[in-house]
Ligand binder design. Structure first.
Ligand code: SF4
Length: 353
């Protein structure tokens, strides 16, 4: 059985060949699946009627189904999704004027153990497959199209459950389908992959694609970062930043550094000044993120005043810095709040890179 949303030209041509069809039928099949969003071969009206039945036997159905959609007061929608084996993940649709961004999960749970993130509490249950990543985007696109007055899906961020670079081979295959003209045709400029800083994988990603890179920084000293983000034991903060200095960034592109502010942990003026020094020589912009609480978490969110003061110091040193407003916190859809609990919303808020 060929998974529907992992179909690419090679597998589509293989299917056509097996059915005794000419090669150009593969392109028609891809157009039905990705451009028109049709998943039942019986509806693919320009394919020969006899072969459509056989195609139906060989082509799998959807790998992801919507269990529940929760809508926040700010218009953010959290999709609770079920996979073929009953595992649950979440995607989040975030409207912002003309822009509609889908935040995508890349794993069930996460192995990275960031202490400020609810997803970390799940541990890594399993990697998502290509069709489960692409399937989230197909669903997000459909949901957007079905909503009167809503913008079409414009941007993708891999900031949902999981560390996308810990599932790199699958991510790269999914990105090929998402960006290809024969696939979903979404420009890589509109796609951001966020990582805690898996050093070799970051380079592979940028050598293989033209997507945007976001690095979750979280702290300005090795010691504090080791405490908040255990990945630092493998890739030290300094090693991560050295790598960022030499990554093959396209001209005029910058790396986004995400920094979740935790009161008394990483939000001091000294931290801000240290951050300025750390980013020296890197084409960088900074996103300051308000932390979202979850049950049992040992942190407090930094105050608005401290967040603004932190931003001021970075701006005064010429670093482009924005404060990311929390979206959908009332439905546990905000950053660091995704946990795929069952029923959705009953568990602690989950986290994101
Ligand atoms: S912040 Fe991202 S990488 Fe860290 S535990 Fe959460 S989901 Fe994993």
């Amino acid at each position: 059985m060929q998974p529907l949303h992992a179909l690419d030209p090679a597998t589509a041509e293989g299917l056509a060949e097996d059915l005794g069809l000419p090669r150009y039928r593969a392109a028609q099949l891809l157009a039905w699946v990705y451009r028109r969003g049709v998943d039942d071969p019986l509806e693919m009206s320009d394919l020969p009627a006899n072969e459509r039945q056989e195609l139906r036997r060989r082509l799998g159905g959807r790998a992801v189904s919507v269990v529940e959609v929760q809508e926040s007061a700010d218009g953010t929608r959290k999709l609770a999704l079920e996979l073929g084996d009953g595992e649950r993940i979440e995607s989040v649709l975030i409207p912002d004027g003309e822009r509609l961004t889908l935040c995508i999960s890349s794993q069930v749970g996460c192995a990275m153990g960031c202490t400020f993130c609810a997803t970390a509490q799940l541990g890594l249950k399993r990697q998502l497959r290509v069709e489960e990543i692409v399937g989230q985007i197909v669903l997000g696109r459909e949901l957007a199209a079905q909503t009167p007055g809503a913008p079409v899906l414009t941007n993708l961020v891999f900031m949902g459950m999981g560390e996308p670079l810990h599932n790199l081979e699958t991510l790269l295959r999914a990105l090929e389908i998402v960006t290809a003209p024969w696939g979903l045709g979404i420009s890589p400029r509109r796609i951001t992959v966020s990582t805690v800083g898996l050093v070799p994988e970051m380079r592979r990603l940028l050598e293989s694609t033209r997507v945007n890179l976001a690095v979750s920084l979280g702290a300005t000293t090795e010691e504090k970062r080791r405490e908040l983000m255990p990945v630092t034991r493998k890739y030290a903060l300094q090693q991560l930043l050295d790598e960022c200095r030499t990554l093959p960034l396209p001209r005029r592109k910058r790396i986004t550094f995400e920094y979740t502010l935790l009161e008394g942990q990483n939000d001091s003026a000294d931290d801000a000044r240290r951050l300025v020094g750390l980013l020296h020589g890197i084409r960088a912009k900074v996103n300051l993120i308000y932390w979202n609480a979850f049950a049992g978490a040992p942190y407090e969110r930094a105050s608005t005043a401290r967040t603004r003061a932190f931003q001021r110091i970075l701006l005064d040193h010429g670093i482009s810095t924005s404060i990311r407003e929390s979206r959908g916190p009332d439905i546990a859809a905000a950053c660091g709040q995704l946990a795929g609990r069952r029923p959705v919303g009953s568990g602690p808020n989950e986290g994101r890179s």
